[in-house]
Design a protein around this ligand. Structure first.
Ligand SMILES: [Fe+2]
Ligand SMILES: [Fe+2]
Length: 336
């Protein structure tokens, strides 16, 4: 899915560095010139320590968000209403797992290990997108997540395809193609339900009411309360501000809601002719920070599910390692 559109301070620390961290003026000047020319920084290039740390935090939070993001929808795989919907949902949830793996790989190129990242997630030190700490109450939630949550993710992630860090930018190109399918399948599922019974229509509207504001918060704090954004822009990690992305999302989504026949739950939402964009109401940031800080309805459940999956998979990791060791020994014996 989704991205952590912004990155919030958490308890993670980057691992050993692969390149010297000393700020040699010549190295710094070369780095700055690459950034100024809109070029790419690659894993072996020198980079400022703060740039590395910011990327490790952002990419690992993004990876965790993809993996935890499998859970709310994964709960509906066994209850999908038809074989077609089940096949689509299975494919989507598997895609999210793949996104997590590309992103963990991208973060590893910065000198942090996958074990360190998993440890940070499982111990509760690392953050992931708060949107996944809400429950999926009905089948309509699956469609709304595709339409709005993956839709917001696309808005966030397309600019990341131009991120200055090469491995992250390249991972995002494929991720964005898959997110586009996620958004469309969700919207198409909702269109079908909106042609159904009054109960189905009410279920879609209820899901939209519950997810709308949370999706707007996915873009992160307002620009005047987002101190890291300026540095992220300077480094070419962040290309478009939180508020600008949020506005683009609202403007793109309103006509889609009209076609669908649902109301977006904001009495202040209206077209502003002078600005050429929509005005909309205030986001409840207190609720947002409550959930970021661990007090959402599903924070504990999501973390416990991930920890259990990791623990349950221990025998697979051990068996794979034992098998690899045996093969290595056999190869060495044959070579001797
Ligand atoms: Fe994804
Ligand atoms: Fe997705």
């Amino acid at each position: 899915m989704y991205t952590q559109s912004f990155n919030v301070p958490d308890g993670t620390t980057p691992g050993p560095q692969a390149v010297p961290a000393v700020a040699d003026p010549a190295l710094q000047a070369h780095f700055d010139s690459v950034i100024d020319a809109d070029g790419k920084i690659e894993p072996r290039d020198w980079m400022p320590e703060a740039y590395r740390k910011t990327l490790v935090r952002q990419i690992s939070q993004h990876a965790h968000s993809e993996i935890v993001g499998m859970l709310p929808e994964g709960n509906w795989i066994t209850r999908a209403p038809s074989l077609k919907r089940k096949a689509i949902l299975l494919a989507k949830v598997q895609d999210e797992g793949g996104h997590g793996l590309y992103l963990y790989s991208a973060a590893e190129t910065l000198g942090t290990s996958r074990d360190q990242m998993f440890d940070a997630l499982h111990s509760g030190k690392a953050k992931y997108s708060s949107i996944f700490n809400y429950p999926t109450l009905t089948w309509a939630d699956v469609g709304v997540i595709g339409w709005l949550v993956d839709g917001a993710a696309i808005m966030n992630q397309i600019p990341l395809c131009r991120c200055s860090y090469g491995p992250y930018a390249r991972a995002m190109i494929r991720v964005c193609k898959e997110e586009s399918f996620h958004q469309r399948q969700g919207y198409e599922s909702l269109l079908t339900m909106m042609q159904g019974t009054p109960e189905q229509k009410a279920m879609v509207q209820d899901a939209v009411n519950r997810w709308w504001w949370k999706c707007l918060a996915m873009f992160g704090p307002p620009d005047d309360n987002s101190p890291n954004s300026v540095q992220g822009m300077r480094w070419g990690i962040k290309r478009i501000s939180n508020d600008a992305l949020r506005q683009k999302f609202v403007d793109a989504t309103v006509p889609q809601a009209e076609v669908l026949g649902v109301t977006l739950p904001d009495p202040e939402l209206k077209w502003n002719e002078a600005k050429g964009q929509h005005d909309f109401g205030a986001i409840d940031w207190d609720e947002f920070w409550q959930v970021v800080n661990g007090n959402g309805p599903c924070n504990k459940e999501r973390l416990a599910t991930r920890v259990k999956a990791w623990d349950d998979g221990a025998w697979v990791r051990e068996a794979a390692l034992t098998h690899a060791r045996k093969q290595e020994q056999r190869t060495m014996k044959e070579a001797a």
